[in-house]
Design a protein around this ligand. Structure first.
Ligand SMILES: Nc1nc(=O)c2c([nH]1)NC[C@@H]1CN(c3ccc(C(=O)N[C@@H](CCC(=O)O)C(=O)O)cc3)CN21
Ligand SMILES: CC(C)C(=O)C(=O)O
Ligand SMILES: [Mg+2]
Length: 293
């Protein structure tokens, strides 16, 4: 199938009413790997509720990420560390309902929150199963080499996994702040080795957050099956993700440098989401001015 056969690749991405667009094939992990192989960029936004999920889906967003960033965006916390599995389940159910109501096509990815996978593989799969039963189609967990065993354990048992390297917000205290990761040669080499191990362990996707663009590109090119998804990691990754509120220009604190306001030139929210999808697919977001690392 060529990229132009699909709904996502055919502009305009999101004119008209929410949902119920005919012939919209659901995004599967197989479809994501085809997109990676064919070089069609994967456009992802976070979502925390039914209405925004349905609007983002109708605008052509490929995956919706129920991020533990909901602790900051929805709950007003100063970090994601205190987010509970119950909160993640609630918001995953909300997003799932939004897509069911509108026959949505986006793939739902849910974050395993801090403290629900670090203890053991058993603890990780118990938490992951709950997210999958709430409607997630893939779970995401943060961390380097130590997560490889957990990723393999979940993947072998039929749970698609997204890894997450670079700035891992759940360990912000250990990292000393929300700062760029992998700047030094030794840290960059370590991240490349961890990324390859996670690829071999069967991770379908990998978020690279606040990583130098060149390092993110090198990691992307080294992957055998895993689709890299950048946030503040340049344009060389297989896809991009942003926190929905950020790209609409809504933030409780200071906006990170990698954010672009897509609401500014759009008539409405769905238009902003569609402009984001278009910009990611066309490779014009992010551009070089958006990351100073
Ligand atoms: N609204 C929101 N957007 C996000 O992107 C996001 C969340 N929340 N919560 C979870 C994590 C935390 N993230 C963050 C938080 C802060 C910066 C930040 O302040 N960046 C600055 C500092 C860079 C530096 O010190 O080098 C920047 O200018 O980008 C970046 C990512 C990304 N995630
Ligand atoms: C920004 C993405 C990658 C995330 O982890 C979140 O929203 O929690
Ligand atoms: Mg997260």
């Amino acid at each position: 199938m060529s990229p132009t056969d699909t709904h996502t690749a055919t502009p305009p991405y999101g004119a008209g009413a929410i949902g119920l667009l005919p012939g919209r094939k659901p995004i599967t992990t197989l479809r994501l790997s085809q997109m990676r192989e064919q070089g069609e960029k994967i456009a992802i936004l976070t979502a925390y509720d039914a209405t925004f999920a349905a609007v983002a889906d109708a605008a052509g967003v490929d995956c919706l990420m129920v991020g533990d960033s909901l602790g900051m965006v929805c709950q007003g916390r100063s970090s994601t560390v205190g987010v509970s599995l119950e909160s993640m389940l609630y918001h995953t159910q909300c997003v799932t309902q939004g897509l069911l109501r509108t026959e949505g096509r986006a793939l739902i990815i849910a974050d395993l929150p801090f403290g629900t996978y670090q203890q053991s593989k058993d603890r990780a799969i118990e938490s992951a199963i709950q997210l999958m039963q709430a409607g997630a189609q893939m779970v995401k967990l943060e961390g380097g080499g130590w997560t490889t065993e957990i990723v393999a354990f979940l993947v072998e048992r039929g749970i698609p996994v997204c890894a997450h390297l670079g700035l891992t917000p759940q360990t912000v205290s250990a990292l000393g702040g929300y700062r760029v990761q992998g700047r030094q040669a030794a840290a960059a080499d370590k991240m490349r080795a961890e990324a390859s191990a996670l690829d071999d362990a069967g991770a379908s996707m990998m978020v690279l957050e606040m990583v130098p663009a060149e390092l993110a590109s090198r990691i992307t090119q080294a992957m055998h099956a895993c689709a890299t998804i950048g946030i503040g990691a340049g344009s060389g990754t297989a896809g991009q993700v942003l926190v929905m509120h950020d790209m609409l220009g809504l933030n409780l604190g200071r906006m990170a440098r990698f954010v672009r306001n897509f609401m500014h030139d759009a008539g409405d929210v769905q238009g902003a989401f569609a402009a984001y999808v278009r910009a990611v697919k066309d490779g014009v977001f992010p551009d070089k001015t958006l990351h100073a690392w």
